[in-house]
Ligand binder design. Sequence first.
Ligand code: URA
Length: 212
Amino acid sequence: MSQTDTLHLIDHPLVAHKMTLLRRKESSTKTFRQLVNEIAALVAYEVLRDVPLHDVEIETPLETMTGRMIDGKKLVFVSILRAGTGILDGMLDVVPSARVGHIGLYRDPKTLVAVEYYFKMPGDLHERDVVIVDPMLATGNSAVAAVDRLKECGPKSIKFVCLLTCPEGVAAMREAHPDVPIYTAAVDRQLDEHGYILPGLGDAGDRIFGTK
Ligand code: URA
């Protein structure tokens, strides 16, 4: 993994390979969804690399030993609807006991500004670490709005996970929330005039759900 500041680029060969398959326009809905799941699970390993552990005494069938387990209250994965759901499933495969929050934001097609229509989080958020997931960090409007809203709940920490971003999205997040690390599987060239990432992979939500 390489890291610049708050940006963590996960450059594992398996991730690069699966991202290339994901981007291809021929990939079917089934393939696309499966790949998003697989990449999300791989990304989860890096995102959770620094979670604190505590010692626990256990008994194996042979003797007593001290093992290590993740410390503190259960993590919270927050999915930005609707495309975040694809990543969420892959991350839950790796951390099945995580709590889940949802935030509904849509992009106003004219202004590209994020408008909130749903917000539901687990309790005790101030005692939990939050990982926000959305496949695309494009203009950054949704990501910034989601972090703004989550910060009102005062979680212990916030990380942001996407599969693909671009310089504009990274800059927007860094400007608004320099304290929030961004994890991504790739950084593409640029945004187009409609707020799509180039070369990108198209509309992630439509490709995950087969709605186009
Ligand atoms: N959202 C998408 O689904 N795709 C993009 O390229 C940008 C935002």
